[in-house]
Design a binder for this molecule. Structure first.
Ligand SMILES: [Zn+2]
Length: 200
């Protein structure tokens, strides 16, 4: 997906200036204003507002004016317009914030779960491993005795921890058999060599 960042304008309020006189044709009560909010967006999702501007048009002579063209009374009326930033202009930021919360929460849950599971190794557990060469893999527990764990290592390695799930297939645990003492396994978890445990 191509990510496009930009700004857009949205018309949030329109009205008439009371007791106004057009600076051009001098007709009375003919000035109409439109207030726009400017917001940033990623593709089509608004992130947050970044500013506002006003268009003033005379309905009689069809001239356009800027804020400084108005007399004091007109400027005051515009200043007193209550403008709220529509919540939808923040929807991207809200989504972003909620996603971060979700991932952080998920991450903490997984860590907590692994911390419990490491204490009770069970046949079928999948241990996610980080090797000293920077690669990641996994191993499956085949058998647990009083003091030892027998495993089959995954035939494959991946670059990133979240790719482990892609290689976690029964047929990939075929050749490399190992056994560890439970003490050794606890040590490896503590050292961050075992990063996650999943149990079906
Ligand atoms: Zn006019």
């Amino acid at each position: 997906m191509m990510v496009l960042v930009g700004v857009k304008d949205s018309n949030i309020k329109n009205g008439e200036l009371l007791d106004s006189k057009c600076p051009e044709c001098e007709s009375i009560n003919s000035l109409k204003f439109s207030i726009y909010k400017r917001y940033t967006h990623i593709t089509t999702i608004p992130l947050f507002p970044v500013g506002k501007y006003v268009n003033i048009e005379c309905s009689n002579c069809k001239e356009f004016f800027d804020y400084p063209d108005l007399n004091e009374n007109g400027q005051l009326q515009l200043k007193n317009e209550k403008l709220k930033n529509p919540i939808w202009m923040y929807s991207g930021s809200i989504i972003l914030f909620l996603s971060i919360c979700f991932y952080v929460n998920n991450y903490i849950d997984l860590k907590n779960e692994s911390a419990v599971l490491i204490k009770t190794p069970t046949k079928g557990d999948i241990y996610h491993l980080r090797f000293s060469n920077g690669y990641y893999s996994s191993m499956k527990i085949d058998k647990v005795t009083n003091d030892s764990i027998y495993t089959t290592q995954n035939d494959f390695e991946v670059y990133l921890p979240y790719e482990i799930k892609d290689i976690d297939k029964p047929e990939n645990y075929s050749k490399i058999k190992n056994n560890y003492s439970k003490i050794e396994i606890a040590k490896r978890y503590k050292e961050g060599k075992i990063i996650e445990i999943s149990r079906k």
